[in-house]
Design a protein around this ligand. Structure first.
Ligand code: ADP
Ligand code: MG
Length: 339
């Protein structure tokens, strides 16, 4: 019988991987912002046009890339962030899968300009649908600029599947919130269709929350603190009057990475028992710092879900820390049936 199995060419494999990594413009925003953070940038600019459908550009002042690395960065499984499987349990970077740039370059028109601080000149690369169109030496500031144009230009079905600009912009802003809240020590600027939407100075988390959500937010924040051997909790919960009828301002950051967890969300919600009317959701901005060895981030391509070694302890600690803070600030239900 004839053999029928074939290895897929790289550009096809990249396009398939892109389906997992890049769902919409906000996925590109997330990956590029995270790369800029991993490059130790102190100022990061995000520029989008048409909700990111025609352009997502991220400019950073980080450590840049050599010309060889610039080329390699678009290969699949090409990463400077881990060397072996063991490193997966000591992660101090956002990235490690080495597939974001390969995926993005498979489904968009990408222009990269990058320069390492110590170099006189940098590198520019144009890549379209995984094909390198040009590579040149250029004069460019230190750091990296990546423009991603015409997302899904070669996959009409995916392009048509994108939602209206209003909806896609919402996703982009959500992503911008998540990343910038996790990193108040980095300055972020956001231009939407040529006008400046956010200009966030270096600050602390409280100030960052206020800069994003308005001055009135300040008095609604209750600090949360807990320091145990397994877990360090910091951040804020919103007073009950900051609650929303939709799951709006709810953020968990585990080791500076935004994550979604229905289980931990339940822990916080239960600490608000008796304080919120039915159908209202608490706001929170909570940082959990754990030993990188006690979590697995590699369970989903977008890395927004995490597997914890000991979820039950985390749940209990989180619930009691939030309850304690609410109590300290005299925010308690009139009748506390728990005693
Ligand atoms: P990962 O982030 O998982 O390593 P990416 O595909 O996002 O994979 O990036 C590949 C590599 O390209 C990174 O490991 C990094 O070395 C380099 N790189 C990407 N973006 C930047 C940037 N903004 N500044 C410096 N290096 C970058
Ligand atoms: Mg990356």
């Amino acid at each position: 019988m004839a053999d029928i199995i074939q290895l897929l060419p790289d550009h096809v494999a990249n396009q398939i991987a892109a389906g997992e990594v890049v769902q919409r413009p906000s996925s590109v925003v997330k990956e590029l912002l995270e790369n800029a953070i991993d490059a130790e940038a102190t100022v990061i600019k995000l520029i989008i046009k048409d909700a990111g459908k025609t352009l997502v550009q991220v400019i950073d002042n980080g450590k840049g890339m050599s010309s060889t690395d610039a080329r390699l960065s678009f290969e699949r499984h090409a990463t400077s962030k881990i060397r072996n499987a063991e490193d997966l349990f000591h992660l101090h970077t956002k990235g490690f899968r080495g597939e974001a740039l390969a995926s993005i370059a498979a489904i968009a028109h990408v222009e990269l300009k990058t320069k390492q601080p110590q170099e006189e000149v940098g590198t520019s690369i144009v890549i379209e649908g995984s094909e390198i169109v040009s590579q040149e030496v250029v004069v460019t500031p230190k750091g990296t600029s990546i423009s991603v144009k015409n997302l899904f230009f070669n996959i009409p079905a995916r392009r048509n599947f994108l939602k209206s600009n209003t909806v896609e912009l919402r996703h982009v802003i959500d992503e911008f919130h998540r990343v910038s809240l996790a990193h108040p020590n980095i300055s972020f600027v956001f231009y939407n269709n040529g006008s400046e939407s956010f200009n966030l100075p270096v600050s602390n988390q409280r100030q960052r929350i206020v800069n994003l959500f308005g001055n009135k937010t300040n008095e609604k924040l209750v600090p949360v603190m807990e320091d145990t051997e397994v877990l360090k909790i910091s951040g804020f919960v919103g007073k009950p009057e900051f609650a929303k009828k939709t799951r709006g301002e709810q953020y968990f950051f585990v080791n500076d990475r935004f994550i979604k967890s229905a289980y931990l969300n339940h822990a916080v919600a239960s600490a608000f028992d008796g304080l919120l009317k039915n159908g209202w959701y608490p706001s929170y901005f909570l940082n959990l710092n754990v030993d990188p060895q006690s979590i697995d981030i590699n369970i989903h391509p977008t890395k927004t879900e995490i597997k914890f070694d000991d979820e039950h302890t985390l749940y209990a600690l989180l619930r009691s820390a939030v309850k304690h803070s609410l109590g300290q600030f005299n925010i308690a239900p009139v009748l506390d049936f728990e005693r």
